[in-house]
Design a protein around this ligand. Structure first.
Ligand code: C2O
Length: 549
């Protein structure tokens, strides 16, 4: 492979959406941020220079970071943040991955504006397992707040309430014509008739799973989280924050109109306020004889059909369609025998309101979110530094429970006590351990789907279902042949999902809900994977410019 150099200058930039202007953090003045493109096997060097007053840190979401954990990016997990006036060179090699991923800030809520696509092309002379598309287009969903997002989350954390919902969803930075004062802020995809386009779809929204569809058109899904899948057709996609997927869009030879609406709207099963607005973009045919068509205004265009906001049955059916290629060339390398079993509950909870404060969470408490009832507290130096230099004392403890401390009926009547424990607890695992992890949604404050994301690994989704996981019966139905391989999954609302992975990558690896609000509330934990015995099974020492806290 070759080496690719990028410069990421973090600067303030004035941006206007929905008739509101604000100064936002950008990379190189761009919103959304610049594209990173590389081939499988390439080394990527990104020099991040912080020209703003905030601490920043950038994560290469979905990049496995094999033996390069110092470049992963989550603040206080693998590094201290890059402080104002400082810089850090992220240095990693892309091994065994090809497809669409993205990058985003990984500290407080800065990823609201600091994000962009990360595209991995196949190695030179390697083709796709499908016909080469005519063109490839990134479609990146985001969320826009008219006010400052750091203030939004800080206020929520101080009052214990849910944060203000966003004012719009965006496609490639644009809210589109269905929002007020936004008609000229519309993403337009120009296509020719009878051609195949590959849409590289990324959900960089902070807090919403999204349904997406293009009126009168069908997608063929070919890849998820930078792994090829068995192609399947669908008119509608569901994509959670943190997920990426490539789809083929075959344009019509004789379209019924010159323009079609594309639209995305949230899937939401939780409690509280949510934004049920619709972001739209336009698919516009070129090189067709326009005089054969009568002019339709954007307002006259039909909005594509999308499932209802709580369309859990669509979501369960859709997610079950993803299967790995599982051929000799791309085998499903799912662990068949398991060294370590884990069962983690994920869900919301609460904590007592601090004295002299009035809290706006459930029954006057503060909102929290937890894994096995532990709401994770970020340390003040990075876990990876503490681990690598043997200074974990006072930074973290290794007693993260493998199973819930008090099991209960997770999907039935909620327990009286919704309180969580706080702590910086990790699970330590030897190199090359095979892990099975069952993630169970709790309905403590209402059942809710959680987009769980694992750093440092891809996992195989071997089973999923509704209700309480049954350890006797459910494993009998696992798919150990062609399960999909991903880095982010939706834990079913009121259900469970089982994943398997192998700890072939030493380091400290964050696992968390990719809803930014749940991340802020503590739905996160970390795995510490030890070095192996062989020289090539060890994490190298950190680069000399690794930021200090
Ligand atoms: Cu895309 Cu830890 O996140």
């Amino acid at each position: 492979g070759t080496t690719r150099h990028y410069n990421f200058d973090i600067r303030l930039h004035n941006v206007t959406r929905l008739c509101h202007s604000k100064r936002i953090l950008t990379v190189n003045g761009k919103f959304p941020g610049p594209l990173i493109i590389a081939r499988e096997g390439d080394r990527v060097l990104v020099k991040v220079v912080n020209h703003v007053s905030n601490n920043v840190s950038i994560h290469w979401h979905g990049i496995r970071q094999l033996f390069s954990g110092w470049a992963d990016g989550p603040a206080y997990i693998t590094q201290c943040p890059v402080q104002s006036g400082q810089s850090y060179v992220y240095n990693f090699t892309i091994i065994g991955q090809r497809g669409t991923l993205f990058w985003h800030a990984h500290i407080t809520w800065l990823r609201a504006t600091l994000y962009g696509p990360l595209i991995i092309l196949p190695k030179k002379n390697m083709s796709y397992p499908f016909a080469k598309p005519f063109k490839e287009v990134p479609i990146i969903f985001g969320e826009w707040w008219n006010t400052d997002t750091e203030a939004v989350i800080n206020q929520a954390l101080q009052t214990g309430a849910g944060p203000n919902v966003s004012d719009a969803y965006t496609i490639n930075g644009f809210p589109g014509p269905l929002y007020n004062c936004s008609a000229n802020r519309t993403f337009k995809l120009k296509v020719e008739p009878g051609k195949t386009y590959m849409l590289r779809i990324i959900n960089a929204a902070l807090n919403d799973d999204l349904f997406f569809s293009i009126a009168n058109h069908t997608f063929t899904v070919v890849e998820a989280d930078a792994v090829y899948v068995k192609p399947f057709e669908t008119d509608i996609l569901l994509i959670t924050p943190g997920q990426t997927t490539n789809v083929l869009l075959k344009t019509k030879l004789n379209p019924s109109n010159t323009t079609f609406l594309m639209a995305a709207r949230p899937y939401f099963t939780g409690q509280g306020t949510f934004d049920n607005s619709t972001v739209a973009g336009i698919l516009e045919y070129e090189k067709i004889s326009a005089k054969n068509y009568s002019k339709i205004s954007i307002r006259g265009l039909q909005i594509p059909t999308l499932p209802p906001i709580n369309g859990t049955s669509f979501v369960a059916n859709f997610s079950s369609k993803f299967r790995s290629l599982a051929t000799a060339q791309f085998p499903a390398n799912v662990p068949q025998s398991i060294d370590k079993h884990f069962f983690f509950t994920v869900g919301l909870g609460s904590s007592s309101c601090p004295k002299n404060q009035t809290c706006q969470g459930p029954n006057g408490t503060k909102f929290e979110a937890s894994v096995n009832n532990i709401s994770f507290t970020l340390p003040t130096i990075s876990l990876l530094q503490a681990h690598f230099f043997g200074k974990s004392n006072g930074v973290y403890t290794t007693d993260f429970p493998s199973f819930p401390i008090t099991p209960f009926n997770y999907t039935g009547t909620p327990p009286n006590n919704t309180k969580v424990a706080n702590g910086t607890k990790v699970v330590v695992l030897p190199f090359n351990t095979t892990v099975e992890l069952v993630l169970q949604d709790t309905s403590i404050l209402g059942a809710e789907s959680h987009p769980l994301h694992l750093h440092g690994f891809n996992f195989f989704i071997v089973g999923q279902g509704f209700g309480n996981f049954n350890p006797q019966k459910d494993p009998l139905n696992y798919n150990l042949v062609d399960p999909v391989e991903r880095n982010t999954l939706g834990v079913p609302s009121g259900g469970w999902v089982a994943i398997r992975f192998r700890t072939d990558n030493p380091g400290v690896w964050f696992m968390h809900c990719h809803f930014e609000v749940h991340l802020s509330w503590g739905l996160k934990m970390a795995w510490v994977v030890l070095d192996g015995k062989l020289p090539n099974q060890k994490l190298p020492p950190p680069p000399s410019d690794l930021p200090k806290c």
